[in-house]
Design a protein around this ligand. Structure first.
Ligand code: AMP
Length: 250
């Protein structure tokens, strides 16, 4: 009996961290979304850099977004929603980003999660939006949320994965969309969803890569949701040139 009680308490103790980690994760998986700066900048709107410093030709993080496997049509109390909801957002208005909590991550964030927007040119504004809209629904605290996104990017280096598969940024070449998806699937074990935008010549180009990640924010999982990301069978993967940016900023 004593022994049973001991093992029972041990089981409770062992399960407690799992239960706590899952306590407020009312979603099914994360999208870890990264964007190609060449495609962000190579548009009518163009882009701007914080401190006018051009970042490296590397994918940048857009966000780590909690998502539902199936869009919801009723709220948590069973009441019908006006519009179906495919992800939770803005989960805690009383928890705005406190930059002092992520100070140690700032150099890493500036390198890997920098703003490209000409509206603010302030990376903190971008991080604050991502935290308020998505991070507050992640079940993580602010530091854990940004660290998880940075660690996942470092673990699966998309730029390197594509380069190793012969998918090189180029002004001239176009690539088979399935070749891009396959390269990421082979390297990570999970086929991503892809989103495209259009350049100034109205050509379709790879814009964002959505990798599916478990609710722990660490492990790749199979993407359960198909996405129409506006891509075509053949897409551009443009070189990251700063010239169009300089025009925007004058
Ligand atoms: P979300 O609400 O998470 O879907 O993010 C969309 C918002 O993020 C829009 O306001 C975009 O302008 C902004 N955004 C997307 N990429 C960037 C970027 N690289 N730098 C700054 N803002 C961005």
């Amino acid at each position: 009996m004593m022994k049973l009680q001991y093992y029972g308490s041990l089981a409770v103790l062992l399960l407690l961290p799992v239960a706590l980690a899952c306590a407020d994760t009312d979603f099914d998986f994360f999208y870890h979304v990264q964007q190609w700066p060449g495609s962000y900048c190579d548009t009518k709107e163009g882009c701007c850099f914080p401190g006018n410093q051009k970042p490296a030709a590397d994918f940048g993080i857009h966000g780590l977004w909690p998502n539902y496997a199936v869009c919801r049509t009723v709220d948590e109390d069973g009441r019908p929603l006006n519009q179906s909801k495919c992800w939770p957002d803005f989960c805690n208005a009383s928890d705005p980003l406190d930059p002092s909590l992520i100070r140690d991550l700032e150099p890493d964030l500036l390198r890997n999660w920098g703003t490209l927007s000409c509206k603010s040119k302030e990376s903190t504004a971008f991080w604050s939006h991502e935290w308020t809209r998505h991070g507050t629904c992640s079940g993580m605290d602010q530091h854990s949320y940004f660290l998880a996104a940075l660690e996942y990017k470092a673990r699966f280096n998309l730029t390197r994965i594509l380069l190793d598969a012969g998918i090189v940024p180029s002004e001239e070449r176009t690539y088979c969309l399935s070749r891009i998806r396959d390269a990421v699937a082979e390297a990570t074990g999970s086929a991503p969803n892809l989103e495209c935008n259009r350049n100034e010549r109205n050509e379709t180009q790879l814009y964002q890569v959505y990798q599916c990640v478990g609710v722990d924010g660490r492990s790749p999982v199979r993407c359960l949701v198909a996405m129409d990301g506006g891509c075509t069978g053949m897409v551009k993967f443009p070189a990251f040139c700063a010239t169009e940016t300089i025009q925007v900023m004058r």
